[in-house]
Each structure stands twice: as C-alpha cells, then as structure tokens.
Design a protein around this ligand. Structure first.
Ligand SMILES: [Zn+2]
Length: 362
C-alpha cells in the first residue's frame, strides 16, 4: 500500500508545480495535457478538483472536504480515484485507523497529516488493490451516499464487497445491508441449485450466517478435488481464511479415504484363498466366480487401484461407485458385494456435513 507517487507529487508542489504558482511553461503544459484527458476520458462528478484529471475515472464521494484519494486500477487497466474523508474511514474501519489515524507511522498516515497541516489542496493518494467498482460502492455507503439494495448487486459483486469488508474490518457498518442482500439473492437456495457455493463461504463467514456457512461448506466438500491448490480448484475467494480451507480439504480427503479403504477391504476379502462368499446351497461356485469377476472388472474399469481416481471430485467418486451394476444372478443377491457397497456409499454421502461457523469463528 506504500505510495511512491506521494513523494513525487510532494516534490512537484514544493517546486511550484501547482497551477497558480508554477512557472508559466509548466502551467501551460499541464493545462494542455490534462484538459483532453479530463474531458474525454474522466468521468467526473461536478466540483471535482483539478487533480482528478490524473485519473481515468474520478469520483468525489466526500463532497468538499475530502482529504484522501483512494486509487485503484480497474479491470480495463484504467486508473480510478475516489476522493474520501480520512475521518470517516478511521471511524468505521480499524484497519484504516491504523493506516491513517493520528498514531499511524505508515507513509499513508504521514502524507495525510502533512497535507492537512500544510493546507495543501492536494490530498494524499493511497493505492489499493481492491476491486474498484466494489470499493466505490463500499465508500459511498460509508459516506452515506448510497443505499445499495436498490442497485442490482449480484452475488459476484456481493463477494467483492465482502472481501473489502473482511480486509478493512467493516463488518458492522455493512451487517444490515448484507442481511438484505442475502435475502434478496436467496443465497441459501442458490448454494445448492447452482455452482455459487464457493462465493457463499466467505459471505457467511464474514457476516456470521451459521446455516449458510454449513450449507455452502458442505457443497464445497462434495465438489472438491484433492490438490495442492485446493482453494484454486474450488474458486474460493482468496480472502477465505486458511483455517477454513484446511478444514474443508481435510473433510474431503477423509471421506475419499473412507471409501478407498472400504474398496480395499472388499478386495482383500474376496481375494483370500479360503473365502466362501456364496450364502446359498446351490450354484455356489458360479455365484462366487461372477462376484470376483465383477470385482476385478470394476477395479480395472474405474482404476480404483490408482491414486488419481481418488483425487477427483467427491461427488464424481460417489456417482461412479453408485453406478456399479449388481450381479444378475437370481436369488443370490445376498451374496453379492455390490448392493452392500451401494449402501455404504449412500451412507458415506449422507455423512458429509458442512462445517460449523462456531468451530471457526471470524
Ligand atoms: Zn451366492
């Protein structure tokens, strides 16, 4: 977050790079270079100061007395600036308070105080790496300039807002708005009906939605592959706490291991030389040969002896095991290993529970 531009601007001001005080050639040069950008590219709210020309999009959220510009780069690579009030940021966010408050030894805080003491027209500029649209929305809400339930905020944008609330510890000012959005977007149903579960883990974690957290984490466990980059393959927000990600990964791996161990035990049982699997008095040899044949064929076809097969999505493993056909041998259903396996798969699947928010408090 360090702002290397701050020093450069400071020098310019000291040299007299200001519009009124600067040497005539600089004034002309700046007027010429700034004017077209200002007119053609910048979306400027009336009343914005002259430095807004340095941005592609500039919005004066704090009218009149803004003393900090938060700068981000949007998806198109354009510079976006929001003029805001450092006091409002400090009151609402402990993170901004640490950065900009009186006691701050961060460069951002020093710049802001220096600008205030010297009575500079130019506010301190702080570069942030947040999503620029979501940041603008959050800042408008903090400055009482916006009421976002009226706006079309989809779940993706809700996640971006949540990431900002998580990073700057803005949960409290946004709790009521988040509650409205959660209902409006019907997230608890979206989680199971679509692939939107990964978004809801962070939302429910930050805003304390117990039920949604459990439902969303259950879906993550069911749809997860095993992998080094677990959070990537799940498209979980980068702000998701690492402890939650570790718990999800462990749950997923435990279930896969339970199934794998079960399959191995069936193999051991059926391949023992003295094993008698048929429970009927007649047709026993035929029954056992078919059962063993089906087992070997299944192991080969589904590659159940290969590690990679157990790394795929848990739901895919459940589905494949659930599709193994039982033996077509009338009155020998009790001897077959397949129906028992189907029951085991079903109960393992039912045993997958989501995480409890109380076990991983924010
Ligand atoms: Zn039998």
């Amino acid at each position: 977050m360090a702002n290397d531009r701050g020093t450069k601007e400071e020098e310019e001001d000291q040299e007299g790079g200001n519009f009124r005080k600067g040497p005539w050639w600089r004034t002309v040069l700046r007027a010429v270079t700034a004017a077209p950008r200002f007119r053609d590219r910048a979306k400027v709210i009336p009343g914005a100061c002259h430095y807004s020309a340095e941005f592609d999009f500039f919005e004066e959220i704090m009218l009149g007395r803004g003393d900090v510009v938060l700068e981000t780069i949007n998806e198109a690579g354009k510079r976006v600036g929001y003029l805001v009030g450092s006091q409002i940021l400090c009151i609402t966010s402990p993170v901004f308070r640490a950065m900009l408050g009186r006691a701050s030894s961060f460069k951002e805080g020093i710049d802001t105080r220096r600008a205030a003491i010297l009575g500079h027209h130019r506010p301190a500029v702080i570069r942030l790496e947040d999503d620029s649209d979501a940041l603008g929305l959050v800042l408008r809400v903090l400055h009482h300039r916006y009421d976002f339930p009226d706006e079309d905020v989809g779940s993706q944008r809700f996640v971006k807002i949540t990431e900002i609330c998580c990073k700057y510890e803005l949960r409290k000012p946004f709790q009521a708005l988040a509650d409205d959005l959660k209902e409006l977007l019907d997230l608890e149903h979206v989680v199971t009906a679509t692939n939107g579960y990964e978004d809801c883990v962070l939302i429910s974690y930050v805003f304390g939605y117990e039920r949604l957290f459990t439902v969303a984490t259950k879906e993550v466990i069911l749809w997860s592959r095993k992998g080094l980059h677990f959070e990537h393959n799940q498209r979980l927000s980068a702000s998701t706490p690492s402890s939650t990600i570790a718990q999800l990964e462990q749950e997923r791996n435990n279930r896969a291991n339970i199934l794998r161990t079960h399959i191995e035990s069936i193999q051991t049982e059926w391949s023992a030389p003295s094993s008698h699997k048929c429970l009927r008095a007649t047709n026993g040899e035929h029954c056992e040969a078919l059962g063993l044949g089906n087992l070997i064929k299944t192991i080969v076809r589904l590659r159940l002896n290969e590690k990679e097969s157990w790394d795929q999505e848990l739901n895919a493993i459940f589905a494949e095991l659930g599709r193994i056909p039982p033996l077509p041998l009338v009155s020998h259903e009790q001897c077959d290993w397949v129906p028992a396996l189907h029951d085991f798969v079903q109960s393992t699947r039912m045993g997958v529970k989501g995480l409890k928010l109380s076990d991983s408090p924010p």
